[in-house]
Design a protein around this ligand. Structure first.
Ligand SMILES: [Fe+2]
Length: 533
């Protein structure tokens, strides 16, 4: 380990714990193709292409209800979910919403169409399952005399052998502008893997030089369905976010801030009453579903019930993507979840029974990872999996370092199955990083996966400029890290090679900003090393 001062260590470590050296701390965060009975009933049948007339479906509405844009998600080789949500004063309890899917962006002929009923109970959200063969498609909605923006989506071929896609997370509205989303829209990727922190729950404060915020939530911290809906509406009105949704289908999972920072199962961050928190969580989960283009059944809203979002999807024969939920079933963080502590971790951290994913999800992972025989085996999940411990200290109890036995069960599974070409996609931590996940000690154990950590769309990082650049020296398995700038990763993958291009925003606080490439990292199929391109 490189010698370093305690102050320097604290600041560098802040990159993985958040806040210690930052003047503006974060404040913190389908259908299953494997089949589990969760897939909603298809709401359409494919149609013979026909010429379409201007659609009319319902009584006139007083104002355009499509201010939140359109989205698509969870495509498989025969279908894709189309999403929108109507908003506006005086909407009837039920509104028929027509949707159309076409190969042409002028909708001269239709591949499929249908009508969904948007209901007040579900926030007037629409999740339509459109059936279509592989290819590029355009879609739109209409209701009450208004027509939505046009979205572009893709249905993957069952034998797709290459892909360009994005992994991204963490878009605190107050901390910065969504320039990264504008760049994503320009890149026209095949799809997005969204790793969570779609909203942040913090109450809206003043915009001051001290906090460095550029926008405000303008509302109290949400705890009710109505308050969470208003928070999503604020985010979804952002034109760059709408553009990133309209350009490609998204596979979406959540992290913690869709409910509350660093919650664990039904344990809130502040240790307050878990029954009260369970009600809040159930509402937040329902509102998350209302706003996401996911092929998942509507949550019941019952605080006593879990809501399963983990699932396995694929992109042709190229990518098996297992989408995980590291929040809903985890054991609480140990040792009081201190923000930074260099003392040896308390003994319960190493309890073999502790879990990040919960027993059922671990069993699902064990049964499904590698099962599709794709060229690349991918876990898309929330928190950093590579070992960032320092001696016996755990510097961030919220990451996999705080759940070492659970991590070991995963890495041992990878090693025992001799799974080649395993990639872990990670968000949460607001830095761009690339590293090696080992089964065993840092720098010593058998390498079993490459981890790509995607920085944040806009959420504050936590390491000051003068401390950047040396983080990789502290950790044996961290290959490199970009700490200062916000961004995302543009992945270009075929059966022979994975290229991860780290796109970074020049100035997330400025109303206009360029986006450029920091570095590209490469993994050759069959190799265990990741290297700069
Ligand atoms: Fe985050």
């Amino acid at each position: 380990m490189t010698p370093f001062s305690r102050r320097r260590f604290l600041c560098l470590s802040a990159a993985v714990i958040g806040g210690a050296c930052s003047s503006t701390p974060d404040g913190s965060s389908a259908p299953s193709t494997s089949g589990d009975g969760a897939t909603p009933t298809p709401t359409t049948t494919p149609t013979t292409p026909v010429t379409t007339a201007a659609p009319t479906t319902s009584a006139p509405l007083a104002a355009d209800p499509f201010a939140l844009g359109v989205a698509s998600g969870d495509p498989d080789p025969t279908s894709v979910v189309l999403w929108t949500r109507l908003i506006g004063a005086g909407l009837p309890d039920t509104v028929p919403v027509r949707w159309e899917l076409s190969a042409e962006d002028d909708f001269a002929t239709l591949e499929a169409d249908g009508v969904e009923t948007a209901t007040a109970d579900d926030g007037h959200s629409v999740h339509a399952l459109a059936t279509a063969p592989p290819g590029e498609w355009f879609y739109r909605f209409s209701a009450g005399g208004f027509t939505s923006a046009v979205g572009r989506t893709r249905v993957p071929a069952a034998d797709a052998a290459s892909a360009r896609f994005v992994s991204a997370s963490c878009q605190n509205y107050e901390h910065g502008f969504f320039h990264a989303h504008a760049d994503i829209a320009e890149q026209r990727p095949d799809f997005m893997v969204w790793l969570g922190d779609y909203i942040y729950e913090g109450g809206g404060g003043e915009i001051t030089p001290e906090n460095g915020n550029v926008r405000t939530h303008g509302a109290v911290e949400p705890t009710t369905v109505a308050e969470y809906r208003a928070r999503y509406e604020l985010y979804k009105r952002d034109p760059n976010l709408q553009a990133a949704h309209a350009v490609c289908p998204w596979f979406v999972i959540w992290d913690d801030h869709e409910v509350e920072n660093n919650y664990a199962a039904t344990a809130p961050q502040d240790g307050s009453d878990s029954t009260v928190f369970a009600t809040r969580r159930a509402g937040a989960y329902k509102v998350w579903w209302e706003h996401m283009p996911v092929r998942l059944p509507a949550p019941t809203g019952d605080p006593a019930q879990d809501y399963r979002i983990y699932r396995q999807v694929s992109w042709g024969s190229l990518l098996e993507l297992t989408l995980l939920d590291g929040r809903q079933y985890r054991d609480d963080q140990t040792c009081g979840d201190p923000p930074l502590n260099l003392d040896p971790a308390c003994p319960e951290t190493f309890d073999d029974t502790r879990t990040m994913l919960g027993g059922e999800q671990e069993a699902f992972v064990a049964a499904s990872v590698g099962a599709l025989g794709a060229a690349w085996t991918v876990l898309a999940q929330q928190t950093v999996m590579l070992d960032l411990g320092i001696g016996e200290a755990v510097i961030n109890y919220d990451q996999w370092d705080g759940y070492p036995a659970a991590r070991s069960r995963l890495t041992t599974m990878f090693a025992e199955r001799a799974l080649a070409n395993v990639v872990v996609l990670t968000g949460d931590i607001h830095l761009g990083g690339v590293g090696v996940i080992r089964d065993g000690e840092p720098g010593v154990g058998e390498p079993v996966a490459t981890e790509f950590v995607c920085s944040s769309i806009s959420s504050n990082g936590n390491v000051p400029a003068e401390q950047a650049g040396a983080l990789a020296e502290l950790f044996a398995d961290l290959v490199d890290a970009e700490i200062l700038r916000r961004g995302y990763i543009l992945h270009a993958v075929d059966a022979a090679q994975w290229r991860a291009e780290y796109r970074t925003v020049d100035d997330v606080k400025a109303e206009t900003s360029g986006v450029s490439t920091w570095q590209t990292f490469v993994v050759d199929a069959g190799a265990t090393a990741v290297r700069p391109a």
